[in-house]
Design a protein around this ligand. Structure first.
Ligand SMILES: O=C(O)c1ccccc1NCC(=O)[C@H](O)[C@H](O)COP(=O)(O)O
Length: 224
């Protein structure tokens, strides 16, 4: 089974089209002004039009209010909302009721107890994005290029649908897939040459490494 791959933090049509040509299943746009990957909703909408229908378009927001979400949803027309802040289950239910879009809830992981937060969202969110906790001093809740201990996911109930995220790159994705059996993965800074600057060659290397890993590791959900 082919691994779903989300490339996050796209800012140009060239990079988005390259990611999709390589087989990206999801393209993420960041709406968080402090991020080097931040993009205006209108600009994101223009980039998204180049790839719509070939990959799922993901709007990444952080504790966004309804006014901001209205603008993002109307300009980008995303397939999925990724909530990367401290949105609680009630807020997720409200957002789902207003926009009628699938929600991927990001949860940050450093230790086993962090996974206990999953339970409160089961049956409410459509998928989890399990990311590393930001390093001390970081202003970004995501996109920090740091990983968590993937072996923590051994304790996860097999029914939890998640994307593995946090510091994934061409060098470590083989080990990450071998340890977790994740069927969906996400990367951002691992395919950048500088913060916010996607690098086509690093994307090539990332997808090559994923394909090599797929050849040796049966993905979760795979019958083989
Ligand atoms: O990437 C950002 O700058 C960002 C800012 C604010 C909230 C979320 C953000 N990224 C969300 C993602 O889905 C990233 O792909 C994820 O955190 C992994 O990033 P990385 O560790 O750089 O691969």
């Amino acid at each position: 089974m082919k691994t779903e791959v989300k490339i996050c933090g796209l800012r140009t049509a060239e990079a988005a089209e390259h990611a999709v040509a390589l087989g990206a299943s999801h393209i993420g746009f960041i709406f968080f002004p402090k991020s080097p990957r931040n993009i205006e909703p209108d600009d994101a909408g223009r980039v998204a039009e180049r790839i719509r229908g070939r990959a799922k378009i993901v709007a990444v927001t952080v504790n966004a209010d309804n006014d901001d979400l209205d603008e993002i949803v109307s300009s980008l027309k995303p397939d999925i909302l990724q909530l990367h802040g401290s949105e609680d289950p009630d807020r997720v239910l409200t957002i789902k009721a207003i926009y009628g879009l699938p929600v991927m809830k990001a949860l940050s992981v450093r230790e086993a107890s962090d996974l206990e937060r999953i339970d409160a969202y089961v049956g409410i969110v459509d998928r989890f994005l399990l990311d590393a906790k930001p390093p001390a001093g970081s202003e970004l809740p995501g996109g920090n290029g740091v990983s968590f201990d993937w072996r923590l996911l051994d304790a996860l109930d097999g029914s939890v649908d998640y994307m593995l995220s946090g510091g994934l790159n061409a060098e470590n994705i083989g080990e990450a897939l071998a340890l977790t059996g994740a069927s969906a993965i996400d990367t951002s800074s691992g395919v950048e040459s500088a913060p916010g600057l996607k690098d086509l060659k690093l994307m090539d290397a990332f997808f090559d490494a994923v394909r090599r890993a797929e050849a040796v590791v049966p993905r979760s959900g795979s019958k083989t």
